[in-house]
Structure formats: structure tokens, C-alpha cells
Design a protein around this ligand. Structure first.
Ligand code: AGP
Length: 609
């Protein structure tokens, strides 16, 4: 998972590429580089580390031209170093490539190419692409690319330029995303929409096994067999301001505060208090199939997996259909069973997570029905699944998922209600109570966000602790997992999430005054049980920070710290309990001086296995 960018047009090339790369930096930040052709000469700048380092190099040694490509890297093959930074060159140093993905057969290809006399300079898999194109190059870059892609195994989205076939950018895709932006007399290639949005809203999503050829006359499309294609132009409604920090210190904080808006937008137009109906226009599943569903399997990674776990409670409670939740990385290797009337829900913010796509593809190959819950329009998951529910969170730049998590919960709740309605599970007007509760959520989140300074003070008090335990039960057990994940990834503090009832079966051995416990304890069906678990921690000198309902006086006596949230229908509490945990992780990360938007070793979307 890396970010690729390309530009052909009249604007200052280095600024366009650098600004674009900054917007893609969330995808990887081990090294960066760019290449432009200037007056027939190929020039390359590469650095180890972040885009700011590349910017500095370019400031000292400027680069100019009217077309070029750039890259920000998350290292897979070859350690992070300047030498392994993209763009990668062929032997003649006239062809350069930026690549996102993995060339699985690169060792075989490298051996073949070495035997033919090619000279390799890096440890990367990407370099074989440049040499393979060189090997197949006669006069025309796209024909060489067409021949090269046939030999490439694995997944890739790459952009290539050559001083031997000037004023042209050729992009090929098989797996990771590649988007073409169509401006007025200027053209873009990018791994996602963010770098393009400020310049044009007209884009074309490349599909797998397609090639785009940009030159000053426009863009031509063809498949890997060379057949010319006519592609649909999508107009994107996202505002470019959405990919700016808008006065916040970090994207993560901005995105936490955006949750009320993101949830309102995900809800908008989908429920009607007048008709009592839910409208999910793109699910593409017939009422007949929906009525027959006997089993649901949810598959996802990371935070999306935690949303899936919450979804299990929503669905089982409202529809009485049994639900299983799998990690995508495990699903593809287990002996899964697909029943005839089974629905498979794929959850992915990016729609590009390699393991999740692999699971989706195995299910489709076995004729299973698939529905994706996704935030990125035009992403692979949305194009390959039978149906989709979009989360309208807007672009999420912080590597830690926040607003996309709560909007995934919203999509899952809407689908659960929809399915329950199709199955006639509600008494007359009962659904309206749920609608009203859903509509109140954004406002309730706002009231939690007002307490951010209180949560910041708590972070000040606890940021030097090195271990945390997060406990929750029932619908808030996944929130314990999510709270712990947020703390780990943002602050590098060891944190474990556990179902509180399991504590006695092991983790209780860890309890002591140096390990605070975060207990999620709204007054729901497991409240009394949570109080017992809290007492068990306190009896062993543990510190307890509780998330509890505003009117709860009882818990006040039993814990060391308390963060109050508004009460709600018990099933809806995860929308609210997760908010203070996101803020707590953010402020602790900040106090510990961590790079909260771009935590070490991580990248926003994991497009490799
Ligand atoms: C969590 O904060 C991370 N961003 C990560 O766990 C993420 O949820 C996971 O990689 C899945 O990504 P996806 O939703 O884009 O598939």
C-alpha cells in the first residue's frame, strides 16, 4: 500500500505532485519520490522518510517540466531507504515507474531479466516493471506496458513515463485503485480522490486489467488485450475542503468532531418518519432473498471488524438471524461454509483492503451473495459486491478510523432495521421509535464532544501509564476492543480489550495499581455484571475509568474517574461509548508526542496481504 500520482498539464509540476503526495501520505510514509521529464531529460528526486523531506530536497534542487509521476511508500519488499524509494528506473534510465501493490513473481522475472543483461539497483519488486517495459519497448510506451502486464503476477496499479515516448503517462491497474482526473487541459492519475478534488470533480475509475494513456490530447483507455474501451465519467460531490484540516491540529481530531455531520449524512434520505420506511437504494438484494436469509457472515479487518462485531448484536437483536463475524485474513484460509440463503457482508472503509477483497472474491467464486459497506465511491469492494451501502463519512485522512467507524455502525443499524422490517418483525409504528432514536444520535455525540477538555485532562493524568485494560460486555464488548486498538495505534501504549466476563479467566492476573482499566458501563442489560467486574478490579488495587450514563450516581462511588455520556436505547450505546475512547486515545497520543495522524509502521489502507 503506497500512493501513486501523475500529472500532465500547464501547472507547476513539482507543486502539484508534492501537494498530491501530501494528501496520499496516509497510505505510507517510509519514503517518497518523483520524476519529471524536462526538455527531454528525465529527472528524479527521492528521499527516505516523509514528503516534507522530499519537499526540502526539491527546494534545494528544483525540478521542472509539464508531466511527471510521484510516489509515497509503505515498504513491503526492500527496506525503507532512498535507493528503494520510487520512482524506479530501467537500465537506460529513460523509463520510470511508480507502483502500488506487490509483484508476486518478481524473483522469477528478475532472474529472467538478469539473464538478458538487465542491471538491477534495488531490493524492490517494482524495479522489474521498469525493466520489463524496457525489454518490450519499441516505439510506443503503452504497447510496451501492454506486453509487460501480461507477465506480471500479483497486484498492481502503476504509472510510467518515458523520455523516449514523451508527453505521455501510462497507467495500468490490476488490484489497487487508480483514478484518472479530467481537468481542463490537464490530467491526473491518483490512488485516491484526495489529490484530484481541488482541481476537478470529473474522474474515471480504472477497472482491473485496464490501461489509461494520458497525453496532451486527452485520455485513451484499453484493456490488457489492447481493445479500446469507452469509460464512464463520474462526477464527485465531495468538497475539496474535506481533505484540509480546517483549523484542527490533526486530521484525527477533525474527523472525531465531524462525526455528528457524517452520521446525519449517512442517515439522510434513508429513513422516513412519514412512511415508516427505510430506503437503501443500492443494496441490490431482492425482498424475496432478504426474506429468506437464514444466516449472515460479516467479514472485515481492524476497526471495520469491530464495527462488524457490533453489527452482529444489532442484527441478531432486530432480525433474529444468526450472525458470524470473521477477520478477512482468517476467512480466506478457513473451511468456510456458504449456505444457500446466506448473506455475506463485507465492511471496508477504503474498499481496497487486500484480505477483505480476497474474502469477497472467494465468496463470489462460490456463488455467495455479497453486500459491501463502504466509504469510498468507486472502490473495488463497491464494484465487485452484489450491492452496497455507502457510509457518507467523507474522506478520512487520519490513519486511525473514527468517523468511518460510527458511520459503519449507522449503515449496519439501518440494514438491521430494514431487514427486520422486510421480515415483519415490528409491531405497528415500532420502527418509528428506532428512527427517532437514530435521529438523536448526532446531537448526543455533540454533547460528548463538548466534554473534550475534560477528557484531555484525564489524558494528562494517565498518559504516562504503559498498560491499559478495556472492558465491556454485550454490545459494548466490541467497543472495548476498538478503544484498546485506538490507544495502541495512536499512542503506542499496550492496551487490551476484553469482554468483561472473561476477565476472571486470565487478564485479572494483570490487575494492579499500574494498569488502569477503562470500563464501559451504560445502564443496559449487563450493567449489574459490569459493576461486579469493576469491584473485582478495585479489590485488587486497580484504577478504574468508567464510561457511564449521565444520571448514574451509583457508579460514581465505585470508580476513580468517570466520563458521562447521554443515555439512549441500550442497543444504540456503541455510537456514544466509542466517542470518549477516541478522544482519550487522541489526547494521550498527543501528550506522548506521537504522530497521531501517521502512526509508525501503519498505513491507512492495507492493499497487500
Ligand atoms: C484502524 O484505526 C485502522 N484504520 C485499521 O484497523 C482499518 O480499520 C483496517 O485496516 C481496515 O481498513 P478498511 O476498513 O479500509 O478495510
Amino acid at each position: 500500500m503506497c500512493g501513486i500520482i501523475g500529472y500532465l498539464g500547464p501547472k507547476k509540476i513539482s507543486s502539484i505532485l508534492i501537494e498530491g503526495l501530501k494528501k496520499l501520505e496516509y497510505r505510507g510514509y517510509d519514503s517518497a519520490g518523483l520524476a519529471v521529464v524536462n526538455k527531454g531529460k528525465l529527472e528524479i528526486r527521492r528521499v527516505k522518510g516523509k514528503i516534507s523531506n522530499l519537499e526540502e530536497i526539491i527546494r534545494m534542487s528544483p525540478i521542472d517540466g509539464n508531466y511527471g509521476i510521484g510516489h509515497t511508500r509503505w515498504a513491503t519488499h526492500g527496506r525503507p531507504s532512498e535507493e528503494n524509494a520510487h520512482p524506479h528506473r530501467d537500465c537506460s534510465e529513460t523509463i520510470v515507474v511508480v507502483h502500488n501493490g506487490i509483484i508476486e513473481n518478481y524473483l522469477d522475472l528478475k532472474k529472467e531479466l538478469l539473464e538478458k543483461g538487465h542491471i538491477f539497483r534495488t531490493e524492490t519488486d517494482t524495479e522489474v516493471i521498469a525493466h520489463l517495459i524496457e525489454e518490450n519497448f519499441e516505439k510506443n510506451l503503452e504497447i510496451a506496458v501492454q506486453k509487460a502486464v501480461k507477465k506480471l503476477g500479483g497486484v498492481f496499479a502503476f504509472a510510467v513515463i518515458s523520455s523516449k515516448d514523451p508527453e505521455k503517462i501510462v497507467t495500468a491497474k490490476k488490484g489497487p485503485p487508480a483514478i484518472i482526473g479530467l481537468g481542463s487541459d490537464e490530467y491526473f492519475v491518483s490512488s485516491d480522490l484526495a489529490p484530484i478534488l481541488g482541481h476537478t470533480k470529473d474522474v474515471i475509475f480504472l477497472d482491473d486489467e485496464e490501461i489509461a494513456v494520458i497525453d496532451k490530447n486527452g485520455v485513451q483507455f484499453m484493456n490488457f488485450q489492447g481493445k479500446t474501451l469507452s469509460k464512464k465519467i463520474d462526477t464527485i460531490t465531495w468538497d475539496p475542503i474535506m481533505v484540509e484540516k480546517g483549523g484542527f491540529k490533526h486530521f484525527m481530531l477533525k474527523e472525531i468532531f465531524e462525526q455528528p455531520r457524517a452520521l446525519r449524512e449517512t442517515l439522510m434520505g434513508r429513513i422516513s418518519l412519514d412512511t415508516g420506511k427505510i430506503y437503501l437504494d443500492e443494496i441490490n438484494l431482492s425482498p424475496d432473498f432478504l426474506r429468506k436469509i437464514s444466516r449472515i457472515n460479516i467479514i472485515a479487518c481492524g476497526t471495520s471488524y469491530h464495527a462488524g462485531l457490533v453489527g452482529k448484536y444489532f442484527l441478531e437483536n432486530l432480525t433474529h438471524i444468526p450472525v458470524e463475524v470473521d477477520y478477512s485474513s482468517e476467512y480466506r484460509y478457513r473451511d468456510f461454509i456458504l449456505e444457500k440463503n446466506q448473506l455475506n457482508i463485507i465492511i471496508s472503509q477504503s474498499g481496497e483492503t487486500a484480505d477483505t477483497l480476497a474474502a469477497l472474491r472467494i465468496i463470489k467464486k462460490n456463488k455467495g451473495k455479497t453486500l459491501s459497506i463502504c466509504n469510498m465511491k468507486g472502490s473495488t469492494a463497491t464494484r465487485e459486491a452484489d450491492g452496497v451501502i455507502y457510509t457518507h463519512a467523507g474522506p478520512e485522512i487520519g490513519v486511525a478510523s473514527t468517523k468511518t467507524f460510527t458511520t459503519q455502525l449507522m449503515a449496519l443499524m439501518l440494514f438491521s432495521l430494514y431487514l427486520a422490517q422486510v421480515k415483519n418483525r415490528f409491531k405497528k409504528n415500532e420502527i418509528l421509535t428506532y428512527f427517532q432514536e437514530l435521529q438523536r444520535i448526532p446531537h448526543k455525540i455533540e454533547s460528548i464532544l463538548y466534554q473534550s477538555s475534560k477528557i484531555e485532562n484525564l489524558a494528562q493524568k494517565y498518559f504516562h501509564y504503559t498498560d491499559f485494560l478495556y472492558l465491556g460486555r454485550w454490545v459494548n464488548f466490541p467497543i472495548a476492543l476498538e478503544g484498546a486498538l485506538k490507544l495502541k495505534e495512536i499512542s503506542y501504549i499496550h492496551a487490551e480489550g476484553y469482554p468483561a466476563g472473561e476477565m476472571k479467566h486470565g487478564p485479572i492476573a494483570l490487575i494492579e495499581e499500574k494498569m488502569p482499566t477503562v470500563a464501559i458501563a451504560p445502564k443496559d442489560r449487563v450493567y449489574e455484571k459490569m459493576l461486579s467486574n469493576i469491584s473485582e478490579v478495585k479489590t485488587r488495587n486497580g484504577i478504574v475509568l468508567a464510561v457511564a450514563w449521565e444520571e448514574d450516581k451509583e457508579i460514581r462511588e465505585k470508580v476513580d474517574e468517570i466520563i458521562y455520556i447521554p443515555s439512549s436505547h441500550p442497543l444504540f450505546t456503541p455510537f456514544l461509548t466509542v466517542i470518549p475512547l477516541q478522544l482519550f486515545a487522541y489526547y494521550i497520543g498527543l501528550k506522548r508526542g506521537a504522530d497521531v495522524d501517521q502512526p509508525r509502521n501503519l498505513a491507512k489502507s492495507v492493499t497487500v496481504e
